[in-house]
Design a protein around this ligand. Structure first.
Ligand SMILES: Nc1ncnc2c1ncn2[C@@H]1O[C@H](COP(=O)(O)OP(=O)(O)O)[C@@H](O)[C@H]1O
Ligand SMILES: [Mg+2]
Length: 238
């Protein structure tokens, strides 16, 4: 089981969108996923209420600093991924979630590059690491990136942040209508109507690439270990 937290001390950075896209894609791939909705605005809870049952996915709301560690402990053997969506804050629950995560993802909007909220989270991670003598794995994920932005431009941003010791995911989250509409219509990128939502296929591909890259950053989960054992035990296709 792996805990993935989306954090940025600023609202509107793209946390909730990234959390939902990631969680629904992991669930689509057959992983058991729980989203802990720790944002008092409860966007993911509202999405879940209009969506009805989504296979492999559950949303738990009203997360408090007291209940967060209990949920993680209880879910440890039940699920493959816990995705935590936080408020745009720098409070007790944010610090706790960072400390309990296997991977923290810090969304930064590619266009605005207003990185103040991200810097606050990076500082908080550094403080917790020093005080608690733990290592918190973390990366920036560029989001709302215009689909026309070149790989070279992204590489430049990546190099700039790398020079400051911050790692950046290779996969940016592109600005897509589907990522906005999902909160209005409910369901997933798979259940959306491709005739109504532009570039839905590209949004699905982007979600797949994001989830794939994030999985490479995580410790091997029991299910993945089992799958790879099964795969190597099966006869190869001719
Ligand atoms: N990749 C994206 N493509 C299109 N719209 C996005 C994307 N990411 C975020 N948004 C929009 O930006 C706004 C803020 O995003 P949100 O995920 O709610 O941020 P946060 O959770 O950090 O407050 C929302 O209106 C959301 O629909
Ligand atoms: Mg949010």
């Amino acid at each position: 089981m792996a805990v993935i937290t989306l954090a940025n001390a600023k609202g509107g950075a793209g946390k909730t969108t990234a959390a939902l896209i990631l969680a629904t894609e992991l669930a689509r791939q057959g992983n058991r996923v729980v989203i802990l909705d720790a944002d008092p605005q409860r966007w993911i809870t509202s999405w879940s209420e209009i969506s009805g049952h989504i296979p492999n996915l559950e949303v738990i709301s009203h997360i408090t600093p007291a209940s967060l560690p209990c949920h993680i402990r209880e879910l440890k053997d039940e699920v493959d991924f816990i995705v935590i969506d936080l408020a745009g804050a720098k409070d007790a629950i944010v610090a706790l979630a960072l400390g309990l995560s296997d991977q923290v993802l810090i969304p930064v909007q590619g266009c605005a590059m207003d990185a103040r909220g991200a810097v606050q989270i990076l500082d908080l991670i550094r403080q917790i690491q020093e005080k608690a003598k733990v290592r918190i794995k973390h990366s920036v994920v560029l989001t709302r990136v215009n689909s026309l932005v070149t790989t070279r431009a992204l590489q430049t941003i990546k190099a700039l942040l790398a020079a400051r010791g911050v790692s950046v995911l290779d996969t940016p989250i592109i600005e897509r209508a589907a990522y906005r509409e999902i909160f209005e219509c409910g369901g997933t990128l798979q259940t959306m109507d491709a005739t109504r939502v532009s570039n839905l296929d590209k949004a699905r591909e982007n979600a797949f690439a994001l989830a794939s890259e994030i999985q490479t950053l995580l410790p091997v989960t029991p299910r993945r270990a089992l799958m790879s054992r099964l795969r190597s035990a099966l006869p190869r296709a001719a």
